[in-house]
Write a protein that binds this ligand. Structure first.
Ligand code: AMP
Ligand code: ZN
Length: 126
């Protein structure tokens, strides 16, 4: 997609603060973070929205989601559970879909939003 900002980021035509990359996906920091940690995971191949996904997208969706724990840990918002079962840390994992879902960029992306509170509220990804 020539006019897609995230395709351009994936192609390195627009700079980003990348935190992970492989042949299928790119993860980079959100330019307008809603919390101390806020990054996006995108497929390199253009898919406009989750609503256009079907069973043929199972592998890429699984790859995007299964990267979250490792990248969240590396970015400092992983979840720790102690021996007594008390949990600390954490993040939200979010895909906005369509105008009513708050989607602004029409290239599939998974938000990971976390870190210590307070977070900025009243914002579409939250
Ligand atoms: P959504 O509302 O789910 O479509 O979210 C789009 C997200 O992309 C927003 O959180 C924006 O801050 C973020 N964003 C837009 N342009 C860029 C960019 N050039 N680099 C990093 N993040 C971006
Ligand atoms: Zn795209």
């Amino acid at each position: 997609m020539t006019d897609c900002i995230f395709c351009k980021i994936a192609a390195k035509q627009i700079p980003s603060q990348a935190i992970y990359e492989d042949e299928d996906v790119l993860a980079f920091k959100d330019i307008n973070p809603a919390a101390p940690v806020h990054f996006l995971i995108i497929p390199k191949q253009h898919v406009a929205t989750l609503s256009q996904c079907d069973a043929s997208h199972t592998a890429i969706l699984g790859k995007m989601l299964s990267l979250v724990p490792k990248l969240a840990q590396e970015q400092g918002c992983g979840v720790a559970v102690d021996a007594a079962g008390a949990a600390a840390g954490g993040y939200k994992t979010l895909i906005n879909s369509g105008p009513d879902g708050g989607q602004e960029v029409y290239h599939l992306h998974l938000h990971v939003i976390g870190g210590p509170h307070p977070w900025r509220g009243q914002r579409s990804p939250l």
